[in-house]
Design a protein around this ligand. Structure first.
Ligand code: FAD
Length: 467
């Protein structure tokens, strides 16, 4: 008989916490999970899922325009924001129910309260209840970083509020150049909002391949999004139904909404971690080893709160590995390299592995393969968009170290490419694969010309695959 109230107490029913709770319960552990907001966490409630639904909504605008070149006349289209928000809310409520049901079926008890840590084996619920646990898993995720306390900051929204705006503004200023800022910029622009992106740095998507980031910037500008680099928002002032935004270079922009998307902060403040002596990094993230264990043997942490890779599938993997290792006697750790990821901008980005700059910094001698083409659909639609693909190849072993795509369906492609890279795929493996024609993906297996990094890729006039 255990001397603890539960075998596992999970704080946070998001991506990582729910997976860990379910798997641990499946091994026979007595599991409780505390959630202070809504079961499902950021991804389901106010992250990946509602965001992708909004992205789908925003893409109809281009689809309608493109249809004309294919003979369609589409007159009288209109968009109703409240319908989108209501339908999205219904779907999110359905998903939350599914998460709850899955936890229930697995025998996990959900406690709808905030929980904090009291010691290596003790937690305190918001109603005052104290519980003991053999293991505690911190899976509290993160929240939007609001940046410096500029005047009027409280007038700005973050991604949290963007999902619940009562009305769609005519115009919006978005500060940030990470994937969340840019995805919202593109989706709001697609819905007809006049968008200005403001970023203190010189380029978008700092951690992505330079050329992919440059191409996204050019395409966003071509889609009518203003991008102001090298400036920050220094103040926000309310005025009749709008907000006046002051920029660090002295200019002002009047917009319906202002959104701050300048990164996310781990949820560790006020969590009582000091009571147990859990070590934090300078940014407040919980320090863990490869097995997600903190410096306190009974306390583990997974997901965004550890600030490794802030992605849902990564949090899920970490939660699963924790439960298998601690409760299933099947130890394994998560490989954080070669995680395929996408940016659902217009056009979208898909990447896996090392960027060219990262590979060079690691000392690899590289062969770079690139292609830049007009997608077949654009030939009739007339849309001025291009697809760009880049393979970063280790010259010594021929192994493909990184793949970087920007263009339609990049997210779907990169998931599959991720398998190839995980298997140690070489450029020769790509080359001997017969192309699937006609597709954009076939360009991945028909790249023959090596480029010095500064070369411009071939600019084929149209998508003209090697047939
Ligand atoms: P979360 O899912 O954030 O769950 C943490 C939970 O803990 C929350 O429900 C919170 O309410 C709860 N909690 C916190 N403190 C306490 C406490 N003291 N007591 C009780 N409960 C507590 N990732 C992708 O892979 N693809 C995407 O397309 C993508 N898009 C995103 C878009 C946006 C706008 C955002 C914000 C994020 C996006 N992400 C995406 C990231 C993804 O949502 C996170 O990586 C993922 O949710 C992390 O899971 P987690 O389990 O670490 O934390």
């Amino acid at each position: 008989m255990s001397s603890y109230d539960v075998d596992l107490f999970v704080i946070g029913a998001g991506s990582g916490g729910t997976r860990a709770a379910r798997i641990a319960a499946g091994y026979g552990a007595k599991v409780m999970v505390a959630e202070e907001y809504r079961v499902g966490g950021t991804c389901v409630i106010r992250g990946c899922v509602p965001k992708k639904l909004f992205v789908y909504a925003s893409r109809f605008a281009h689809e309608f325009e493109d249809a004309a070149g294919f003979g369609w006349s589409i007159a009288g289209t209109s968009f109703d924001w409240p319908t989108l928000v209501a339908n999205k809310d219904k779907e999110i409520a359905r998903l939350e129910g599914a998460y709850r049901a899955n936890l229930g079926r697995s025998g996990v008890e959900i406690v709808a309260q905030r929980a904090t840590v009291e010691g290596p084996h003790a937690v305190r619920l918001a109603d005052g209840t104290r519980l003991t646990a053999r293991y505690i898993l911190i899976a509290t995720g993160g929240h939007p970083n609001l940046g410096p306390a500029i005047p009027g900051r409280e007038l700005a929204i973050t991604s949290n509020e963007a999902f619940h705006l009562e009305r769609l503004p005519d115009s919006m200023v978005i500060q940030g150049a990470g994937y969340i800022a840019l995805e919202f910029a593109c989706l709001f622009a697609g819905l007809g909002v006049t968008v200005t992106v403001v970023h203190r740095g010189a380029r978008l998507l700092r951690e992505f391949d330079d050329e992919v980031a440059q191409r996204l910037e050019a395409e966003m500008r071509a889609n009518g999004i203003a991008i102001e680099l090298g400036v920050t928002i220094t103040g926000i002032h309310a005025e009749a139904g709008a907000k006046r935004v002051s920029l660090s270079d002295g200019r002002e922009i009047v917009a319906g909404e202002v959104m701050l998307a300048i990164g996310r902060q781990p949820n560790t403040s006020g969590l009582g971690l000091a009571n147990a002596g859990v070590e934090l990094a300078a940014n407040g993230a919980i320090k863990v080893d490869a097995g997600s264990r903190t410096n306190v043997p009974s306390i583990y942490a997974v997901g965004d709160v550890t600030d490794r890779l802030q992605l849902t599938p990564v949090a899920i993997r970490e939660g699963h590995a924790f439960a298998d290792t601690v409760f299933g006697d099947k130890p394994w750790t998560v490989d954080h390299s070669l995680v395929a990821t996408a940016v659902f901008t217009e056009p979208e980005i898909g990447v896996v592995g090392l960027t060219e700059a990262e590979a060079r910094a690691k000392g690899y001698r590289l062969d770079i393969y690139k292609t830049d083409f007009r997608p077949m659909k654009a030939t009739l639609s007339g849309r001025a968009t291009r697809t760009f693909m880049k393979l970063v190849v280790d010259q010594t072993t021929d192994r493909v170290l990184g793949v970087h795509l920007i263009g339609e369906a990049s997210a779907e492609m990169i998931q599959i490419v991720g398998i190839v890279l995980a298997m140690g795929g070489t450029k020769a493996d790509f080359d001997r694969t017969i192309a699937l024609h006609p597709s954009a993906a076939e360009e991945l297996v028909t790249m023959r010309t090596k480029h010095a990094s500064s070369d411009l890729p071939e600019q084929s006039a149209e998508s003209t695959p090697a047939i």
